[in-house]
Design a protein around this ligand. Structure first.
Ligand code: FAD
Length: 292
């Protein structure tokens, strides 16, 4: 349970951090440390250098930017910052619910959304929630910045399409349209645990009251975080009738591919994808119609 030896560098700016990452191919970013350090203790990760970004000023923001139509989240915004934010609670209830369900207070006090997105653990809640919102990451390297949709970021377990010298400096979420609702459902064995299954949902209505957009992200339901595309496509243009919710939930289950482990057998997990999708859709539609 003791990590292999490594060098440590505390960056004071984004430029310094990306320079350190570029100089040393076997370097890793240290953000909250709540995923990286356990892996290092188990010697499943053995970086030669840790580039600590915690002392870079000005990266802990969560704010809406009407000019680009995005909620902008800095790399050092921690899970607790979402939980405590009235903006998130009132305008992005799925993100608020997802944040509150992550680990325990110790984890939420240090862990960051950007770190969770970069870590690419399919059992993490943020990637599923962000897939439902069509979120993006801003990746910064010595070559400049690029904006990547989170849909497409996940290549395999713990593997993204980010380059090793890229720092996620920001996560972005499109500002929702007026008739939008969202919800996050998580089943856990006990408080503080990772999800058995988690489901994030965001839906919007058009003026006629039919579904204009639907986003559904699945947590711990496959080897990567999953966007339930067939369920999303099925809902568009339909009313939020119970039969449509049930069929979308069935399609989300079809899109899932969980494995058996100590959180349960495959059939149970697939059934939970269906049920949690049904619940999350019902609550998101209620919110999109003005409910709480
Ligand atoms: C007991 C426990 C329970 C937990 N329960 C849950 C849970 O229920 N749900 C859940 O979603 N998570 C859970 N977690 C994980 C936790 O949320 C982590 O904090 C999070 O997944 C990673 O964020 P971090 O800031 O700690 O990243 P770190 O551990 O610092 O880094 C994780 C990885 O991402 C890379 N990285 C970090 N930041 C960046 C960046 N800005 N740019 C590029 N790469 C970066 C690192 O190099 C590393 O490879 C739990 C953790 C623990 C220890």
């Amino acid at each position: 349970m003791i990590p292999a030896s490594f060098k440590y560098a505390a960056a004071r700016s984004v430029e310094e951090a990306v320079g350190l990452l570029a100089d040393q191919p076997d370097a890793k970013v240290l953000a909250g440390g709540h995923s990286l350090l356990p892996l290092m203790k188990l010697r499943l990760a053995n970086p030669a250098v840790l580039v600590d970004i915690n002392r870079i000023p000005g990266l802990d923001y969560i704010r809406e930017d009407q000019q680009i139509g995005r909620l902008r989240i800095g790399a050092l915004a921690r899970h607790i910052d979402f939980e405590r934010s009235d903006l998130i609670r009132n305008r992005y209830p799925m993100l608020w619910e997802a944040a509150r369900g992550i680990g325990d207070p110790l984890v939420r006090n240090r862990g960051t959304m950007a770190g969770s997105v970069a870590h690419a653990d399919p059992a993490s809640d943020w990637p599923a929630a962000l897939l439902a919102t069509n979120g993006e990451v801003v990746a910064t390297s010595p070559r400049g910045e690029r904006v990547l949709p989170i849909d497409g970021l996940y290549v395999a377990i713990l593997t993204t399409s980010l380059n090793p010298d890229e720092l996620v400096t920001e996560v972005r979420v499109p500002i929702p349209d007026p008739r939008t609702g969202s919800a996050y459902e998580k089943l856990e064995r006990k408080v503080g645990d990772y999800a058995v299954i988690g489901v994030g949902v965001q839906v919007s209505f058009n003026e006629a009251g039919t579904i204009a957009n639907a986003g559904i992200g699945l947590c711990n339901a496959g080897s990567t975080s999953i966007k339930a595309r067939r369920a999303e496509a099925f809902l568009v243009g339909k009313p939020p009738a119970p039969d449509n919710i049930n069929e979308a939930a069935r399609l989300a289950m079809e899109d899932s591919d969980p494995v058996e482990d100590d959180r349960g057998p495959v059939d149970y997990k697939r059934a939970m994808v269906r049920e949690l999708t049904r619940r999350a859709l019902s609550r998101a539609f209620h919110r999109a119609q003005g409910g709480n």
